[in-house]
Design a protein around this ligand. Structure first.
Ligand code: DQA
Length: 147
């Protein structure tokens, strides 16, 4: 079984981008963490990043029948994208929304997510560890529902 981890815009600059907000770890560090966690959960990892909304929609379509679960940090698109929301709604497998920061104690516009009410779970403010928590959850759910 495969767990997909999808990262939205500007996350390619993790580590360099506002380190006081997002920390010093790079996206490659996050990928390594996801690899270890996926392996421990008995899952294969498909890890992606895109700065383009339509590319994220296409990735969700491509993966929709092929994965045990999806972990998505849609970054700024979280707060704007009905298209990504509608794509997530066609995925049968569980989708977990992750944000590195606690979006509820930042600017008010980050407090609203177009995704939160169509996903299985949401993890915010746990740093990059949120990705590992989400992958562990997908592993738990996929072990409970084989096939
Ligand atoms: C983020 C929070 C978003 O509001 C922001 O646009 C990001 C990253 C997070 O992981 O904390 O790019 O999704």
């Amino acid at each position: 079984p495969v767990v997909a981890v999808l990262n939205g815009p500007n996350l390619n600059l993790l580590g360099e981008r506002q380190p006081e907000v997002y920390g010093r770890e790079t996206l490659d560090d996050v990928r390594q963490l996801c690899l270890r966690t996926a392996r421990d959960a008995g899952l294969e990892l498909d890890f992606r990043q895109s700065n383009h909304e339509g590319e994220i929609v296409d990735a969700i379509h491509e993966l929709r029948h092929a994965v045990a679960g999806v972990v998505i940090n849609a970054a700024a698109y979280t707060h704007t994208s009905v298209a990504i929301r509608d794509a997530i709604a066609v995925v049968d497998a569980p989708v977990i929304e992750v944000h590195i920061t606690n979006v509820h104690r930042r600017e008010a516009f980050r407090g609203h997510s177009y995704l939160s009410d169509v996903v299985e779970g949401v993890i915010v403010g746990c740093g990059t560890q949120g990705y590992a928590l989400a992958i562990a959850r997908i592993g738990h759910l996929s072990a409970a529902r084989p096939g």
